[in-house]
Design a binder for this molecule. Sequence first.
Ligand code: TYM
Length: 331
Amino acid sequence: METVVSGIRSTGNLHLGNYYGAIQNFVKMQHQYNCYFFIADLHSLTTHPTPADLHGNVRQVLVEYLAAGIDPERATIYLQSDVPETAELYLFLNMNAYLGELERATSFKDKVRANPDNVNAGLLTYPVLMAADIILHRATKVPVGKDQEQHLEMARTFANRFNRLYNNEYFPEPYAFNFSENLVKIPGLDGKGKMGKSEGEGNAIFLSDSPEVIRKKVMKAVTDSGPTEENSEKPVEIQNLFDIMKVVSSADTYEHFDNLYNTCQIRYGDLKKQLAEDITIATAPIREKINDISNDAAYLRQVARHGAIKARESAQKTIRDVREIIGFRNF
Ligand code: TYM
């Protein structure tokens, strides 16, 4: 059976982008593959190093994984920091990761631009740690959103480089995966780029947002004054709303508003009302479980412990093999 690995950084509540780009696939994949879904708490230290926030953020992702339907009996759910083998593999891979290729990574350049005062080595080697996460379980499929495509390409590079260097076909090539063929990019509500936790107030809709908050955020979304010519191309901010509608609403609803746009009869207020309602409906099953699961400390502890044990079994086997391949020997 093919192995699947994916993770989400523990930097706050999860949003619609995380759900449609990643988690929705996790939930489906757990029925067909050998799955490892982790909480990337080590990765969160590259940008969120505050001890007071760490545990709560990790806990929130764990709760939301479970609320979204990841079943700890089917998939292995664990914390990245509970598996120290991750850090060891990261160290080995770092020996063959080159400054030039790391500096060229788009996500690194974005982070440098956004945070010029915190260009740490962890940020630079972020894709190496990510490759370690993936190949630690020798995964071939990695459910992620479009923004992670380049990281997956780098993971293949590091896996192949290790194989070549040691003349061994140990690591298979991991590929980004989405059930719908194309990787997903969910836009934010600010009329600009993707939905993201750190893209500013009102950009993201969180799985834990109440219907009231969802409605407020959607009603505030940036729009223009409306089309004046039939069948004109939609400006980015309008296209963004339609893109969100595509994943949360029915095909009929989408077509209805698309037709209204194309015939210049659209009223954005109506579109937003419908969109808010459909987001509320799509997220209801998750939202309703978040509180109950969050209050069940014993269950969370049990899931994390059980997951750590299972993940370490797989990780320790890989590290034993890798040490052997590299040439470490016992006396
Ligand atoms: P992170 O935490 O930024 O995002 C988690 C997942 O959500 C997806 N995602 C989106 N998909 C579509 N539209 C959006 N607007 C959107 N925003 C986020 C991301 O593509 C991702 O799948 N580096 C990863 C975490 C990670 C990881 C790994 C993933 C660490 N190690 C190993 C896979 C395998 C990250 O920062 O994701």
